[in-house]
Design a protein around this ligand. Structure first.
Ligand code: SAM
Length: 244
């Protein structure tokens, strides 16, 4: 054992910690045992509609949808925001979890994909909770930050959009989420690419956004305004609870 130099961090295997989710079969087991049997019919329908869309890779996974739903109920969320809607799976999960008078400000540059899921959301009877705005999120957030009445007004914000803007969103969202409220950043494990060797054959978009996700994770880890927990659910979700 080395006796000089900087102490090396202990590898998790050496301390007996287990990382279990290394097999597709185990993930399938979770879905079939705990997720699918409890998935609301409308979410199943939306998932199946989305599966036929060419960009279905972008959709929030059903286990993450279930996680969001439970989290929203645990924190009694009422006023929420979502950045990155696509066909609306996480949006529907949120809308179903909120109370009758709950609200979701839903932002996406693409209205067309939102409209694929909208009939299912309407049929589920929760469309009245959603205020969808088409357009880039950042300018709208700037407008909102300029309105001090909106400061601290959100209980929960889910960010699942352009990864190269997450830190820009973070700066603004910290004004908009209440103290004690939660921001969830999706894809913070970025397909496992964060620890891939430099010559790994990554898809172009994975390689491009990887540096932004690494930057985000580094920044969140030392941000004293939030408590964080990075969960290996789906593609990784980092929860930030605003504390100041
Ligand atoms: C991963 S998908 C969202 C998935 C969605 N949460 C779901 O449950 O299926 C990312 C979305 O972010 C949107 N997006 C990308 N850049 C954006 C921006 N600058 N502002 C708002 N939305 C953006 C894309 O149009 C896309 O629909």
């Amino acid at each position: 054992m080395a006796t000089t130099g900087e102490a090396q961090p202990i590898k998790h295997q050496e301390s007996g910690h287990k990382s279990l989710l290394q097999s597709d079969a185990l993930y399938q087991y979770i879905l079939e045992t705990s997720v699918y049997p409890r998935e609301p019919e409308s979410m199943k329908e939306l998932r199946e509609v989305t599966a036929k869309h060419p960009w279905n890779l972008m959709a929030t996974s059903p286990d993450e949808g279930q996680f969001l739903s439970l989290l929203l109920k645990l924190i009694n969320a009422k006023n929420t925001m979502e950045i990155g809607v696509y066909t609306g799976y996480s949006l529907l999960s949120t809308a179903l979890a909120l109370p009758e008078d709950g609200k979701i400000l839903a932002l996406d540059i693409n209205r067309e994909n939102y409209e694929i899921g909208l009939p299912v959301i309407e049929k589920a009877g929760v469309a009245h909770k959603i205020d969808f705005r088409a357009g880039p999120a950042l300018p709208l957030l700037d407008e909102m930050v300029n309105d001090v009445k909106l400061h601290g007004s959100f209980d929960f914000i889910f960010v699942d959009a352009d990864k190269d803007n997450y830190l820009n969103y973070h700066k603004r969202l910290l004004d908009l989420v209440k103290i004690g409220g939660v921001i969830g950043y999706d894809n913070t494990l970025w397909s496992g690419s964060l620890v891939a060797p430099p010559d790994a054959p990554l898809k172009k978009y994975v390689r491009y956004y990887r540096d932004f996700v690494l930057e985000l994770n580094k920044a969140l880890a030392v941000d004293p305004r939030v408590e964080i927990c990075q969960l290996p659910v789906a593609d990784g979700i980092t929860l930030c609870r605003r504390i100041s």
